[in-house]
Design a protein around this ligand. Structure first.
Ligand code: NAD
Length: 260
């Protein structure tokens, strides 16, 4: 039976790099995201055959469930064995309280970053449970901003903290079915999302992008930001068949920007 893994937000950044690595591990990858173009581009770059694009909003539970059913068939019935899900899709950026809600991004950020992760894991659960493998894996992308707060991003910080609660809860609920649930908590990763944040910080401080980037790196023990490929290595390990003992954890892959 072919092993399959799902990656959300697979068209760009961390999701794309992880899809590439999971395909190298021999899995068929179910590439989930909102935009067909970047997902198809990722699909074209993957090793092996059979990779599938699912263009859905991760917070739309009915559309997501139907799309997965269309690809996989009923749990346990098709010829693909879902052994892992990487719930990685998310949005960043600031929010601010606004009494008529017109400019407040709170609901949007919560819908995608919290509800979207919840829906992703829940629609995959019956397939993970039906796997003949003793252990299957769910991994969520949280953030170092689940470890400390920053000004102007209360929605993002809250959303990334909330998913660690979700990870712990589902680890308890699903352990009996052999589904291990963990998170990665990245620091800065060189992706479009990080570039936009750094540009906003640079503009606010009246400095150049390059100076702001260098300033952020200078306070990190390693002196550098992560690559998406570094995140992919952590996810591949968390999803490996030999990873049978860790569940309910947030794994800090952050260049030492926060230490427990
Ligand atoms: P990115 O913007 O390249 O990737 C996010 C992906 O999620 C995009 O492909 C986007 O299309 C997809 N997406 C957004 N909303 C969606 C929705 N409703 N349905 C389906 N897909 C949706 O940025 P990235 O840095 O690769 O982000 C991946 C994850 O990493 C995010 O959850 C982000 O919060 C987290 N993260 C990023 C950093 C960083 O510094 N880049 C740090 C910590 C955590």
């Amino acid at each position: 039976m072919t092993t399959a893994v799902m990656v959300t937000g697979a068209g760009t950044g961390i999701g794309k790099a992880t899809a590439v690595r999971l395909a190298q591990e021999g899995h068929v990858v179910l590439l989930v995201g909102r935009r067909d173009g970047p997902l198809k581009q990722t699909q074209a770059e993957l090793e092996g055959a059979g990779h599938v694009v699912l263009s859905v909003d991760v917070s739309d539970r009915m559309a997501f469930h139907s799309a997965l059913l269309g690809i996989m068939g009923q749990p346990g019935a098709g010829d693909m064995d879902l052994v892992g899900v990487f719930a990685n899709a998310g949005i960043g950026g600031p929010n601010g309280f606004d009494i008529d809600e017109s400019n407040d991004r709170w609901d949007e950020i919560m819908r995608i970053n919290v509800t979207g992760v919840y829906v992703t894991l829940q629609v995959c659960r019956p397939y993970l449970k039906a796997s003949p493998r003793e252990v299957t894996h769910a991994v969520v992308t949280s953030s170092v901003l689940a470890r400390f707060g920053v000004p102007g991003q209360s929605a993002y910080v809250t959303s990334k903290t909330a998913v660690l609660g979700l990870v712990r809860s589902l680890a308890v609920e699903w352990g009996v079915d052999g589904i291990l649930v963990n998170a990665i908590c990245p620091g800065w990763v060189e992706t479009e999302m990080a570039r936009e944040s750094i540009q906003r910080m640079a503009d606010a401080q009246g400095m150049s992008y390059e100076d702001c980037h260098a300033q952020q790196c200078s306070v990190l023990p390693t002196g550098k930001m992560s690559s998406p490929e570094e995140m992919a290595e952590a996810v591949v390990w968390l999803m490996s068949p030999g990873q049978t003992g860790m569940t309910g954890q947030g794994v800090d892959v952050n260049n030492g920007s926060w230490m427990s």
